[in-house]
Design a protein around this ligand. Structure first.
Ligand code: GLA
Length: 386
């Protein structure tokens, strides 16, 4: 018995010594951590905080309460060198005034609604047309420009942040008071998990997403042309010249959008496929290959691989589609922490979502949310190395 007690004491001492003497060692059993600091004040005088989530293996994600924006994701390459793999800014003012939706939560409606109009239960609703003739990403002041209320979350295998926002009835023209919760969790398996839930008091439409721009070589490291993309998508939604879906679900076979076998991004982005010409690159919703239209299981939708660094990102989702956008409107006028300008092809987004313009497309899966229902959607970006 005494021997047992002694061995328990010895183990406790060893663990304490490990904690005190090896603070940077980050042993596998150590829980992740959350650090909070003031990030700035918006032009309207609202205080914005920054949360830094670090998991047991040292992966680090920074999120600010303005727009629920992911400002940095640091992951190792195959030699253990860390790099920030998302585009972003170094100051709040840039996020407020000139962000092309870097890292933020998009709502109420991810992507475009044609002519800013839709009809629900016999009533026509009019939205701001902030993208040519169409409404984009929730209108003039979308969820990306709101300051979200944050609560820290921690369990045995993850650290995270629960963000809430209540969107008043008719905000940006959308009906219903919408209570939205977005939970970001950084797990010890190097996954950034994003869970969305919402309820409404009137019938409405809802299609949130996250708009992170990824470059697995590191933010500002140059174009993603040499990164390799695989997607579980056998169809896509072709668009008209204003990027509104025509309504067709077209096979990817024989087009630039066929990533059913892994393909380099450069040739796809520079292809003369008429749809790529319209989008000035890839800016299309890919339709995930699901067992049935009602299949909402978590599935692997996309796998991006950077042969140079060995970094891999898998995107898993419960959503039916992913808007893949290769930063086509980046023109060299914006730059982030690296100080290097962001240009077309500097990054790629995987906006997990229902299809664009669904409220006007009877053949697309519905984005309607009714009182009494709870909206649920989950996405995981999982990081690996090869
Ligand atoms: C989405 C759209 C693009 C563009 C970006 C933001 O990906 O499909 O056309 O508007 O958002 O710049």
């Amino acid at each position: 018995m005494r021997g047992l007690a002694r061995s328990v004491v010895v183990r406790i001492v060893v663990v304490l010594v490990a904690i005190l003497v090896l603070p940077g060692a980050n042993p596998a059993w150590a829980a992740g951590k959350i650090q909070k600091k003031a990030y700035g004040t918006t032009a309207h005088g609202e205080a914005v905080d920054e949360y830094t989530l670090t998991n047991a293996s040292g992966m680090e994600v920074k999120i600010i309460t303005f727009g629920g924006t992911v400002t940095s994701i640091k992951v190792p390459d195959r030699d253990g060198n860390m790099a920030n793999v998302v585009l972003g800014f170094t100051d709040l003012k840039s996020y407020e005034t000139r962000s092309p939706y870097f890292g933020c939560i998009i709502g109420r409606y991810g992507n475009r609604i044609a002519k800013g109009k839709f009809t629900l239960e016999g009533q026509e609703y009019t939205l701001a047309t902030n993208n040519g003739p169409n409404s984009l990403h929730g209108g003039n002041v979308g969820f990306d420009k709101k300051v979200w209320a944050a609560t820290e979350i921690k369990d045995a295998s993850s650290v995270g942040l629960s963000l809430t926002y209540t969107s008043p009835d008719m905000e940006e023209g959308y009906p219903g008071t919408l209570h939205v919760k977005v939970v970001y969790a950084l797990t010890d398996k190097d996954e950034l998990k994003i869970d969305y839930t919402a309820t409404t008091d009137k019938a409405t439409v809802f299609n949130p997403t996250n708009h992170s721009y990824f470059n697995l070589g590191g933010e500002g490291s140059g174009p993603i042309y040499d990164e390799v993309l695989w997607m579980a998508a056998d169809k896509f939604t072709p668009v008209d010249s204003t990027l509104i879906p025509t309504g067709a679900l077209a096979p990817v076979a024989g087009t630039a959008f066929d990533f059913t076998v892994p393909k380099l991004l450069g040739p796809a982005i520079h292809s003369n496929d008429p749809q790529v010409v319209i989008g000035k690159g890839i800016d299309h919703n890919l339709v995930l290959t699901r067992r049935s239209p009602s299949d909402k299981s978590m599935m692997l939708g996309a796998r991006l691989y950077d042969p140079r660094s060995g970094r891999i990102m898998e995107t898993w989702t419960t959503e039916p589609g992913i808007q893949v956008y290769t930063g086509n409107f980046l023109d060299g006028s914006l730059y982030g922490p690296s100080g290097r300008a962001y240009r077309q092809g500097s990054a790629i987004t995987f906006e997990t979502q229902h299809f664009p313009d669904s409220p006007n497309q009877p053949n697309f899966p519905s984005t309607e949310l009714k009182p009494g229902q709870t909206f649920r959607s989950s996405t995981i970006h999982k990081f690996l190395v090869d």
